[in-house]
Design a protein around this ligand. Structure first.
Ligand SMILES: [Zn+2]
Length: 228
């Protein structure tokens, strides 16, 4: 059985990944949308770097939870028959042990050079405009997909959906396209579809089955059912 799992903010939230929004929905007086666009980076690169530097540094304060661990256990059992597509830019799936993870919105622990287009593993801050390890240019940006940019590897994702027998959406609001449309694509290609989310998502009616509750409880239960 070929399985595609989509994960979103809900699974990371249960690990305590900070949202960086205060009660007004702002980060240090900026709307998050205003620090997550190519235009913002052109206008105020230091501010944008500081936003992502803080999120990168915060990774060391969180740990994978039982939902991440259950998906790693599923990969151990089924290997190449599982692909995890995540909207999250943290590394919690990898730290739980998953290896087949596709970060459609990029990764905090990667830098992208606007000079040579190279990608480099990155742990440190970028607000001091460090040189690119590849070409030396001071053109590094966070390797994340900003509002208005095209998510990574959509061709590969849709190919996986086409082959999938089962599509499972975990911890996503069902509000952000194109990911919100994956369930309909998977259904059209003939996959069974399952939603595991804290509350019914906006697209919950597109799924063959939906279970609602914390991912840390639902995902291990689903993996146990599947592995029988
Ligand atoms: Zn470069």
């Amino acid at each position: 059985m070929n399985i595609v799992v989509l994960t979103g903010a809900g699974i990371s939230a249960e690990s305590g990944v900070p949202t960086f929004r205060d009660a007004d929905g702002l980060w240090e007086g900026h709307s998050v949308e205003d620090v997550a666009t190519p235009e913002a980076f052109e206008r105020q690169p230091t501010t944008v770097h500081r936003f992502y530097d803080a999120r990168r540094a915060a990774l060391s304060t969180v740990e994978p939870n039982p939902a991440h661990q259950a998906l790693a256990r599923l990969e151990d059992a089924v290997g190449d028959d599982l692909l995890v597509v995540t909207q999250n830019i943290d590394d919690l799936h990898e730290r739980a042990g998953s290896t087949r993870v596709l970060h459609m919105h990029g990764e905090l622990l990667s830098a992208l050079c606007r000079g040579c287009q190279g990608r480099f593993p990155w742990q440190d801050a970028m607000d001091d405009f460090p040189p690119c390890p590849g070409c030396g240019a001071t053109e590094l940006r966070p390797d994340v997909v900003w509002f208005g940019e095209v998510p990574y590897q959509l061709d590969r994702i849709f190919l996986a959906l086409e082959r999938a027998d089962l599509f499972v959406s975990i911890g996503t609001s069902g509000a952000v396209y194109p990911a919100a449309g994956f369930v309909q694509a998977a259904s059209a290609y003939g996959a069974r579809t399952l939603e595991l989310n804290l509350v019914p998502s906006e697209g919950t009616h597109f799924f063959d089955e939906a279970r609602h509750g914390p991912a840390g409880r639902l995902v291990p239960g689903w993996v146990d059912d599947l592995l029988g």
